[in-house]
Design a binder for this molecule. Structure first.
Ligand code: BG6
Length: 498
C-alpha cells in the first residue's frame, strides 16, 4: 500500500467519476484501491467518488459495493468507521451511458459539489463505449478545463489492430487533448517494473553491460496458471498476442531497451520508448513461422486438479484456433541492440505463474578451468516481477573442495521484505492520474507503433483453422525450444529462485 508519509505529492480535491462502477474491474481493483488511497490521504479528503449506475437503485448499488469490498478488502467493511467514511464519499448518478441525459445529470451533480471542479473520468467499460462516453462528456462541456482539470482514464485494449487503434485515438483526441488522456497498462504500475528502471538508471555497473557486446539475448515473459476464466467472449477475439504481447510485454521491452531519458518525465521517457518501437525490425510474412510460436492449452492437471481444454471452456467455440500461448522473437535495429534477440512470450495454464525479464549474458570467452570438468554457465540477471518481486543474479563460483570445479551460485535480492507492503498497480496509477503524471501511461503514438509491429503476425494468424496444443499444467511446447535454440541457455522457464 502507498503511504502518505512517503513524501508523495498530494493530489488536489477531485471528483472521481467511474463509468462501469458495477463491473468486475471496479469491484476487484478500483474500489479497493480508492479505499486504501482515501485512508492514507492519497486522495484528498474533499474528493468524491461518483458512480454512474444504470437500472439499479442507490440501495442496491451500495449493497453491491459492500459485497465487493467484503470479498476483496474485508477489513474495511469490518471497521465501521472506515466503512462509513468511505460511504460518505460515494455519490450515485443514475443513467444509461447511451443516453445523453445521463451526462447532463452528471454535469449537474458535479456543479452541486461546489468548488471542486477537477474531475477524473475512469472508463472501466468495454472499449466500444469509449466513443459514446467521450462524446457525452464533450456535449455537456465536461472535457473542458476552464475551471479545473479534466482527465480521462481508459483501459486496454486500445483498439483491435492498427486501424481501430488509430480510429480510437482520433475519436478520443477530438474531445480531449493528449495530455488529458491516460491509457492504463497495469504492468507499468507494478512496483517491480519500476524497480527495473531504478536498477538500470540508479546503478552505474549496469550501463556498461547493457548492450550487444555483453548480452546474448533477453526473454520477457508472463506465465500464468489460470485459464481464460469468465472472459472467453473477449479472449476469443483477442488471443494471447493481442492480450499480453502487444501491450504489457512490448511496454516492458521498451523500458528494458530504451536509452537513458534526459529526465524522468512523461514525455522524456515516452520519447525514448518510442525510439525503441521505431527501431523494431518488421517481421516479414516469410519470417513469421521462424520468429513466432502460438499454441493453445488442452486439458491437463494443475495443482493436482484436472482442468479443461480451452475449447471446452464456456463461450469458446469447439473449433477455436485462438492462441492461449504466444511468443515472438524481435530484433531492435539500433547500435545498442543489433543482433540481440528479444523473445517475448506469454501463456495461460502453464506449469507455474511468474512474470520475468531475463537478461542472458554471453558465455565466458574461454574456459580456464577446462581440465576440471564443469563448464561455467552463462550469467543471467533476472528481474522477477511477480509473484514475488526481486532480482536474481546467476554467477559461477568455486565448488568447495580441492578442485577448481565451479557451480552456479544464485544471488537473490527480494524487492521488499515481508514487513513491507507493496502498493497495488492501481493505487500507483490512479495517484499518478490525480497528480497529472503520465510517465507510466501509454501515449497514442506508442500504442499505434506497437500495433503496427504485431500486425503482420495478426494477419498471418487470422484465418488459420488449426493450432498446436499443449497440455495444461506443463511447459510442453517444443516450438519454444526451436525458437530459442541458438540462444544461450535456450528457453528460460521460470523457477523458484532459492
Ligand atoms: C490482463 C490480461 O491485461 O493481464 C489478462 O487481459 C491477464 O488476460 C492479466 O491474465 C495478467 O495480469 P497480472 O497482473 O495478473 O499478471
Amino acid at each position: 500500500m502507498l503511504t502518505a508519509d512517503q513524501e508523495i505529492e498530494t493530489a488536489e480535491p477531485t471528483n472521481i467519476v467511474i463509468f462501469g462502477v458495477t463491473g468486475d474491474l471496479s469491484k476487484r481493483k478500483l474500489m479497493p484501491a480508492l479505499v486504501r488511497m482515501l485512508c492514507c490521504g492519497l486522495v484528498h479528503d474533499d474528493s468524491k467518488i461518483i458512480g454512474i449506475v444504470n437500472n439499479r437503485t442507490e440501495e442496491v448499488w451500495l449493497k453491491l459495493v459492500r459485497e465487493g469490498m467484503q470479498e476483496f478488502l474485508p477489513e474495511v467493511v469490518e471497521d465501521e468507521n472506515r466503512w462509513k467514511k468511505f460511504l460518505s464519499r460515494l455519490i450515485m448518478v443514475p443513467g444509461d451511458l447511451g443516453d445523453e441525459t445521463t451526462y447532463q445529470r452528471l454535469a449537474e451533480a458535479l456543479v452541486m459539489l461546489d468548488g471542486k471542479k477537477n474531475a477524473m473520468f475512469y472508463c472501466a467499460i468495454p472499449p466500444d463505449w469509449y466513443g459514446k462516453v467521450t462524446q457525452g462528456l464533450h456535449k455537456v462541456g465536461l472535457a473542458n478545463e476552464d475551471e479545473g482539470y479534466r482527465r480521462l482514464v481508459i483501459e486496454k485494449p486500445f483498439g483491435h489492430n492498427l486501424a481501430s487503434a488509430r480510429a480510437l485515438n482520433k475519436e478520443l483526441q477530438s474531445v480531449f487533448k493528449e495530455d488529458q488522456i491516460y491509457r492504463i497498462d497495469h504492468y507499468l504500475g507494478k512496483e517491480s517494473v519500476q524497480n527495473l528502471l531504478v536498477y538500470r538508471f540508479a546503478n552505474s555497473i549496469m550501463e556498461p553491460l547493457w548492450n550487444r557486446n555483453y548480452v546474448d539475448h533477453i526473454q520477457i515473459s508472463t506465465a500464468e496458471t489460470l485459464g481464460v476464466e469468465y472472459r472467453a467472449k473477449y479472449y476469443e477475439k483477442s488471443g494471447a498476442l493481442r492480450d499480453m504481447i502487444q501491450s504489457h510485454l512490448m511496454q516492458m521491452m521498451t523500458l528494458v531497451a530504451m536509452e537513458p531519458p534526459v529526465e524522468f518525465t512523461a514525455d522524456a521517457v515516452r520519447d525514448e520508448k518510442m525510439k525503441v518501437l521505431r527501431a523494431i525490425r518488421c517481421i516479414k510474412p516469410e519470417q513469421i513461422k521462424i520468429q513466432t510460436v502460438s499454441a493453445q492449452y488442452a486439458s491437463g492437471t494443475l495443482n493436482s486438479e484436472n482442468v479443461p481444454a480451452y475449447v471446452t471452456e464456456e463461450n469458446v467455440s469447439p473449433d477455436s484456433a485462438t492462441e492461449t500461448f504466444a511468443a515472438v522473437r524481435f530484433y531492435i535495429d539500433n547500435w545498442r541492440w543489433q543482433g540481440v534477440p528479444f523473445i517475448l512470450w506469454t501463456g495461460k495454464r502453464l506449469k507455474s505463474k511468474a512474470a520475468e525479464v531475463m537478461i542472458r549474458f554471453r558465455k565466458p570467452p574461454f574456459n580456464l578451468f577446462d581440465s576440471h570438468a564443469s563448464v561455467p554457465a552463462a550469467n543471467a540477471l533476472i528481474f522477477r516481477l511477480q509473484p514475488e518481486g526481486g532480482v536474481v543474479l546467476r554467477l559461477n563460483a568455486k565448488k568447495p573442495g580441492l578442485t577448481t570445479d565451479n557451480e552456479e551460485m544464485v544471488m537473490r535480492a527480494p524487492y521488499a521484505d515481508d514487513a513491507e507492503e507493496v502498493a497495488d498497480a492501481y493505487e500507483i496509477l490512479m495517484h499518478d492520474v490525480l497528480i497529472g503524471d503520465g510517465t507510466l501511461f501509454s501515449r497514442a503514438d506508442e500504442v499505434e507503433a506497437s500495433w503496427e509491429i504485431v500486425e503482420p503476425i495478426l494477419d498471418a494468424w487470422e484465418n488459420r483453422v488449426s493450432i498446436e496444443r499443449y497440455r495444461a499444467g506443463t511447459w510442453d511446447i517444443p516450438a519454444m525450444d526451436e525458437l530459442t535454440k541458438d540462444c544461450v541457455g535456450g528457453w528460460h522457464k521460470p523457477t523458484i529462485h532459492k
